[in-house]
Design a protein around this ligand. Structure first.
Ligand SMILES: [Zn+2]
Length: 416
């Protein structure tokens, strides 16, 4: 009996160790080699903050934007175009139906913030309402938004919920727990809009993680998922869901690590959620931990703050350049709006892969701006009509698995 118990204990220990090692290997993100960087040579890292519009009210959110604007931080502000009949705007957050808010949003855009959709409204939206919301943004800004971040359980989301999980068994478990159905990609649903999604938006936000360096967790972003070939491109984000989480995500040592590794962070937050507290006089002021983190990062000249759409576009230019060089091409075609902006990107010549056929001189020297490097390396960059969804970077089966698995474990341990 004692022997059987001993053996059982041994088997348990060995299996648990194997599982732990397996998990470690799966979840481990190899230190990224980053020869091309989506920020200028005088910057150490890039941060793109996306503000989920839930709970937006002037008295809580305005003080946050006042501080951000005073620091010159440009970001992505999501909006709802319509109120939803099931939600009270005074609780869920206001929409463009409020003319003062509409004016507020336009002023935010004039200050350099990107305006985009957080779904058409705070509840399920029919195809007509979703398309009307995109048209409203285009009428306001002159163009469709570059990205969209779906609002929580809105059923018109594309390939959402368990549909994001590649494994049938895990998907079954997830659906059992979440019990939500998403129909934006189902042609028989009145909420369907997948057929026009790629003509409206380039990028969709998917999984959220707790690491500050989003690009390390998801190095191929923005990516095409071969299992959703008709969807726009996907990108991950880093969790700063409310005030305290924001301060924790931007803890001093994490920011220093982001700078050292030349990382990229796409931050997901709600500025309407516990960023402020009421002072004795009754007015709302920034929490002290948020104020400390925001002023520290906002006054750091080594960090580039930019809206997520601009960052994702820069990553697309890099993806085309990398793919062209890997294929031995000397002429690379980029969209017209990249013209004159390649000095916003930089190169680490010593880290360029040996498999890229380049003159030796192109591998020498320290970090420099991409435009002058490309010139010296004999590359021809052509600027022409090129759709952002053309020749997308595909996520490999392995990275897709790692991403999903890391996300599922994150949801179990410290949900985002
Ligand atoms: Zn939301």
């Amino acid at each position: 009996m004692k022997r059987i118990l001993q053996r059982a204990a041994l088997v348990t220990v060995v299996s648990l160790s194997a599982l732990a090692i397996g998990l470690f290997l799966i979840l481990r993100v190899p230190p990224p080699s980053r020869p091309l960087l989506p920020f200028a040579e005088d910057k150490a890292c890039a941060v793109a903050i996306t503000d989920d519009t839930d709970f937006f009210q002037y008295f809580t959110t305005q003080p946050v934007y006042d501080v951000l604007d005073s620091l010159g931080i440009r970001l992505t502000k999501t909006i709802w175009v319509f109120d939803h009949e099931k939600n009270d705007p005074a609780k869920a957050g206001i929409s463009l139906r409020d003319p003062h808010y509409r004016a507020w949003v336009l002023r935010a855009r004039e200050r350099g913030h990107e305006i985009t959709l957080h779904s058409a409204s705070s509840g399920d939206d029919t195809r007509e309402r979703t398309l009307a919301a995109f048209d409203t943004i285009r009428a306001m800004t002159g163009e469709y938004p570059r990205l969209e971040i779906f609002h929580s359980g809105n059923r018109e989301a594309l390939y959402w919920g368990g549909k994001r999980i590649p494994n049938r068994f895990l998907r079954g478990l997830y659906d059992l727990k979440m019990k939500q159905r998403f129909e934006g990609d189902e042609p028989s649903s009145p909420l369907y809009w997948l057929d026009v999604a790629r003509a409206r938006v380039r990028y969709l936000r998917t999984f959220t993680f707790n690491e500050l360096d989003t690009w390390a967790v998801n190095p191929t972003m923005p990516y095409l998922d071969p299992s959703t070939p008709d969807a726009p491109l996907w990108f991950a984000s880093s969790n700063a869901r409310w005030g305290e989480k924001f301060a924790q995500l931007f803890a001093r040592e994490k920011v220093e690590r982001l700078k050292r590794s030349h990382g990229v962070s796409v931050v997901y937050t709600h500025f309407g959620l516990w960023f402020t507290e009421r002072s004795a006089g009754g007015a709302h002021r920034l929490r002290s931990d948020v104020r400390e983190a925001m002023t520290r990062i906002g006054s750091d000249p080594a960090i580039e703050f930019l809206p997520a759409g601009e960052l994702l576009d820069r990553l697309r230019w890099q993806q085309w350049i990398a793919a062209g060089l890997a294929a031995g091409e000397r002429t690379i075609r980029l969209p017209r709006d990249a013209e004159g902006r390649l000095s916003d990107l930089s190169v680490e010549p010593a880290k360029l892969p040996r498999s890229w056929k380049l003159p030796e001189a192109a591998r020498r020297g320290g970090r420099r701006d991409l435009a002058s490097w490309a010139h010296d390396a004999g590359l021809t960059l052509e600027f022409a009509e090129r759709a952002y969804l053309d020749a997308p970077a595909r996520i490999s089966g392995w990275e897709r698995w790692r991403l999903t698995w890391t996300w599922l474990v994150t949801q179990l341990i410290s949900p985002t």
